[in-house]
Design a protein around this ligand. Structure first.
Ligand SMILES: *[C@@H]1O[C@H](CO)[C@@H](O)[C@H](O)[C@H]1NC(C)=O
Ligand SMILES: *[C@@H]1O[C@H](CO)[C@@H](O)[C@H](O)[C@H]1NC(C)=O
Ligand SMILES: *[C@@H]1O[C@H](CO)[C@@H](O)[C@H](O)[C@H]1NC(C)=O
Length: 549
């Protein structure tokens, strides 16, 4: 991080920056960590890196507070507050080159300078290794025949326990097996820690599952990374046998035949290289939602509470907008009669301007949604195909990986044009596009589950979708029983967005599109850079990416 140039920094200023994270649901800020203290500069460049877990599908709020350190006290209220900045982790990683700059605030009437935050994905989160082993003169365990050896790999945990992370296949009836090469993420093998113990056990396979232990040995990623050499021939030791037999040497050896590191390209590599997510919203204005003037309507506008449409829109939109640099979102409606002539439309601009359907930010979309509820007349039928084709037309014109399109359809679920919608989805499955469908209200959503295609790949007239591009969720499954809407929205967004990075990568991979190189590292004008300010990220289950900021 390099806040520059902060406010009233005196010449003897000692600056420290404190990072806070916020829990989902409750709004409580927790201190995550502090940078080192930097002396005597208006442009402190902090070197300390913070390692955070990054989830595309979550809104991860961050706060940076800058202080002038006056005393030795670790109590921040004893120091001079210089300003603060709020952002989300998505905003940082979604910025070009994963470098975000924004003004700091917090002291009324004062300019507090700017903060620059850089994120970098942790390298060892995306490494995989391809390894191959063979055995030599392993113990003979079977009465008839030799042994049927296989290897079991364990990663060690911080508490000294071991977790199984890989099993090889069984090679039948040999004491000199050559196992097939296998690929394993470095995270699974050693949690990204190159010096951590890796334990390998060798067994003789038995049909009834009572496999006979041949012996074991330990190593580490760092040792293995030396590749095939005398350092990577391991004696397989059976401690019990060793204890009993004076002359025991070993139960054979296992040799590493090859070790190849493979760095996987991640979703963030594309975002860092400038790929934009183009987010389009489509809202169901059919009569089955109920008269918006009535509290029973799914479109009811209460002054006290957002309706389900607004909540779904805000929940998903606020996360996606971090990856869309202009934050201008086309917003469409379908299934209403429009003024002035009462014509039914399945593809109209919520802001009433078909030439320019863009709304500024998610707040702009919400505003346009509320406005259109006042002007259009809910009607029908519920056709999805026109809005899907609308976005697909644009998606079809971008095939260089510079944009990926996400269409959010919010509906009460009574779909009328199932056949055309399936065909539109099959058509769109070869485009840089994903479709999120959020079902609101109490309807049966069987048709939507079919469109989702998680179980059976969707098809139309004998053609199958090239890849799964639809994610459906019913909002009612996410409503928090205690009435905490922030929690409901966070849960909805999490599930609905979880598949997007994989859908995105499946498109890029099958098209052979590589991420663009990251723009050159930024050098702040006017003062020398003291240290490289690259920083890694950390990834959790699904899309764990560790990000360092
Ligand atoms: C920090 O200092 C403030 C005011 O001096 C005090 O109210 C607060 O209790 C202190 N906090 C801690 C954790 O000591
Ligand atoms: C994003 O997609 C919409 C179609 O849904 C299109 O109108 C708009 O031009 C696209 N934006 C950009 C920047 O290409
Ligand atoms: C799907 O694509 C085909 C071929 O381009 C086109 O003829 C058809 O109209 C499309 N289907 C829909 C529902 O848009």
């Amino acid at each position: 991080m390099l806040p520059s140039p902060p406010p009233k920094l005196k010449s003897q200023c000692l600056a420290v920056c404190v990072l806070y994270t916020q829990g989902i649901g409750n709004k409580e800020w927790r201190e995550f960590g502090r940078t080192e203290v930097i002396e005597n500069t208006l442009n402190p460049e902090f070197v300390r890196k913070f390692i955070l877990d990054y989830f595309f599908e979550e809104r991860q709020n961050l706060r940076f507070d800058l202080y002038d350190v006056d005393s030795k006290s670790s109590n921040l209220s004893k120091h001079d507050f210089l300003g603060q900045a709020f952002c989300t982790l998505g905003e940082v990683v979604g910025s070009l080159g994963s470098r975000m700059e924004k003004p700091m605030a917090g002291i009324p009437g004062k300019k507090c300078g700017n903060i620059i935050v850089k994120a970098e994905e942790m390298g060892n989160c995306r490494e995989s290794v391809m390894m191959q082993f063979c055995g030599n003169k392993l113990d003979k365990k079977d009465f008839f025949g030799k042994s049927d050896p296989f290897l079991v790999f364990y990663r060690s945990n911080e508490d000294g326990t071991f977790t199984i992370c890989h099993k090889t296949e069984v090679v039948k009836n040999t004491l000199n097996p050559v196992w097939q090469a296998f690929k394993i993420p470095v995270r699974a093998l050693c949690n990204g820690d190159y010096d951590r113990t890796i334990k390998i056990e060798c067994y003789d396979w038995e049909r009834d599952g009572s496999h006979d232990f041949i012996g074991e040995f330990t190593t580490s990623y760092r040792e293995l990374s030396r590749g095939q050499s005398q350092f990577n021939v391991y004696e397989v030791i059976n401690q019990k046998k060793k204890g009993k037999k004076k002359k025991y040497l070993n139960s054979g050896t296992v040799t590493l035949l090859s070790f190849l590191v493979d760095i996987e390209v991640t979703f963030l590599d594309y975002i860092k290289g400038g790929t934009q997510i183009n987010f389009t919203v489509a809202i169901d204005f059919t009569a089955s939602n109920g008269n918006p003037a009535q509290p029973t309507s799914l479109h009811y506008m209460s002054p006290y509470q957002m309706n389900a449409y607004a909540m779904a829109l805000k929940a998903v939109g606020e996360i996606i907008q971090d990856y869309d640099s202009d934050k201008m979102f086309p917003a469409l409606g379908f299934g209403a009669k429009l003024p002035p002539d009462g014509r039914v439309s399945h593809e109209f601009a919520l802001n009433g301007n078909p030439q320019n359907p863009y709304c500024a930010g998610i707040d702009g979309v919400m505003e346009a949604y509320y406005q259109s509820l006042k002007s259009v007349c809910l009607y029908g039928p519920t056709n999805f195909s026109p809005v899907i084709n609308h976005v697909a037309r644009y998606a079809a014109s971008v095939n260089d990986g510079s944009q990926y399109f996400v269409l959010l359809i919010i509906t009460d679920g009574v779909i009328s044009d199932m056949a055309q919608t399936k065909e539109s989805i099959v058509n769109a499955s070869c485009l840089p596009m994903s479709i999120i469908i959020v079902g609101v209200g109490p309807a049966e959503f069987d048709a939507m589950i079919e469109l989702d295609g998680d179980e059976v790949r969707i098809s139309s007239r004998g053609r199958y979708a090239e890849r799964d591009i639809v994610q459906f969720v019913p909002f009612r499954d996410y409503i928090d029983r205690t009435g905490n809407h922030i929690l409901s929205m966070a849960r909805l967004a999490k599930d609905v967005l979880a598949e997007i990075p994989d859908q995105f990568l499946s498109y890029m991979r099958t098209r052979g599109i590589k991420p663009l190189p990251t723009p050159p590292p930024y050098t702040p004008p006017g003062y020398p850079v003291q240290s490289p300010n690259g920083h890694p990220l950390n990834t959790p289950p699904g899309h764990p990416l560790q990000t360092q900021i």
